[in-house]
Design a protein around this ligand. Structure first.
Ligand SMILES: NC(=O)c1ccc[n+]([C@@H]2O[C@H](COP(=O)([O-])OP(=O)(O)OC[C@H]3O[C@@H](n4cnc5c(N)ncnc54)[C@H](O)[C@@H]3O)[C@@H](O)[C@H]2O)c1
Ligand SMILES: [Zn+2]
Length: 374
């Protein structure tokens, strides 16, 4: 059963490194965002950062809610696409913030998917050594994963997310109405992170998703809100225990990298033409095969996860050759002392480190999901 709240808003409390904030999830929440910010922060001005596609759809709605609460705003937009997560685009945003005289106590509001969340989050983390950021995620990827946890990043020519900072938001507002306009491919891709959260931390949540495949695919609002709530709760718990992925005991925040070590190499090998979640789904399937061979994962458990990903229609339209992924894995930033180190599930809801799997074992696992050769 879904726990109903009097006003129809679901909420998750996050507390990370002394920063306490809430994730609020519900239909129509953009409208009340101005009031919420006004109640939290003294500033009477704000800067919304968005991409042009999202701004055209929702910029006005968010802007009106700010004005209604007595907060003046400026809307800065960047081109859609991960290429905007760059130092060059960040520099243009700094120029605009300078022109606006955006002050230290004034919030930046990130309105968009994970690209906008990372870019606006990084700009907010660094402008005047840090101004408040409010995350308003509009994709499944961002609502399920990127908006919570405080990681912000820009891409560098030599790799994705290489420039970054930790900067926790003051508030996360997920207006589930926004997800209605997301295309099917983006909607499904973000669900890969939901499967990831269940596999690494919550087997009961995996059961729940198996039972809710139909309503998730048809975007039933109450089910989508509950899906996001459970994901944010898992992410909040993992991040609260290990904000900076430096846990000395156990796996810590690195658990969230399940599927991403191989997934990032697949993204790069495919020339970044796959959605992040599509590459992560392939990465998870390869890492599950690895887990079955090296970490005692039961074959039936791997089958369940594969079936759930298929049911949620997380499918990559192209697959790069395994050989290209193998060579890129040598350059992953999660290698330690040149040895590949991955997080793999030992069962559903439990993870462990896997150190330096042999190239033969690794290749077999990757060829489970990608064509041989390359
Ligand atoms: N910081 C983190 O913890 C974290 C976690 C996961 C992913 N990420 C980052 O997130 C990014 C991927 O996020 P994404 O998949 O949301 O991509 P995205 O932000 O590029 O959005 C995908 C596309 O959907 C469009 N869009 C967004 N919201 C829409 C809506 N409501 N209706 C219609 N169209 C909409 C965008 O314009 C874009 O074209 C990557 O850069 C990744 O590195 C960060
Ligand atoms: Zn991810």
């Amino acid at each position: 059963m879904i726990p109903p709240m009097a006003d129809g808003v679901l909420s998750v409390a996050v507390e990370v490194a002394g920063h306490a904030y809430r994730v609020e999830i519900g239909a129509g929440l953009l409208a009340g965002t101005g009031e919420r910010i006004r109640a939290m922060l003294p500033a009477r001005r704000a800067t919304i950062i968005s991409d042009r596609a999202v701004a055209a759809l929702y910029g006005e709605r968010l802007g009106q809610s700010l004005l209604a609460a007595g907060i003046e705003y400026s809307l800065l937009t960047v081109p859609p696409g991960d290429a905007s997560k760059s130092l060059a685009v960040a520099a243009e945003l700094y120029d605009e913030l300078a022109l606006l005289r955006h002050a230290r106590d004034e919030p930046v509001i990130a309105l968009g998917g994970g690209m906008v969340g990372d870019l606006a989050g990084f700009v907010a983390a660094t402008w005047m050594r840090g101004v408040p950021v409010i995350q308003c995620p509009t994709t499944t990827e961002a609502a399920i994963d990127a908006a919570v946890g405080g990681k912000t990043a820009l891409n560098h020519a030599s790799g994705k997310n290489l420039i970054g900072a930790f900067h926790q938001p003051r508030l996360v507002r997920v207006d589930t109405d926004c997800l209605a306009t997301l295309d099917d491919r983006d909607f499904a891709a973000g669900l890969a992170e939901s499967v990831k959260h269940a596999v690494v931390a919550d087997a009961v949540f995996l059961d729940w998703q198996e039972q809710q495949v139909e309503p998730i695919n048809s975007r039933r609002p109450d089910i989508i809100a509950e899906l996001i709530r459970r994901n944010c709760a898992i992410k909040a718990a993992v991040v609260a225990a290990d904000e900076r992925e430096t846990s000395a005991q156990g796996v810590g925040r690195a658990a969230l990298n399940f599927g991403h070590t191989i997934g990032h190499a697949i993204e790069a090998a495919a020339g970044y033409r796959l959605r992040h979640g599509e590459a992560v789904a392939l990465g998870m399937r390869a890492e599950l095969a690895l887990a079955e061979e090296c970490a005692g994962l039961r074959p039936g458990d791997r089958g369940r996860v594969e079936q759930l990903l298929a049911g949620l229609r997380v499918a990559a339209p192209e697959r790069p050759p395994a050989g290209r992924v193998m060579s890129l894995l040598g350059h992953d930033k999660k290698t330690r002392g040149g040895r590949l180190r991955l997080v793999v599930p030992s069962g559903l809801g439990a993870v462990q480190w896997l150190e330096a799997p042999s190239p033969e074992v690794l290749r077999r696992a990757i060829e489970h999901v990608l064509p041989a050769g390359g």
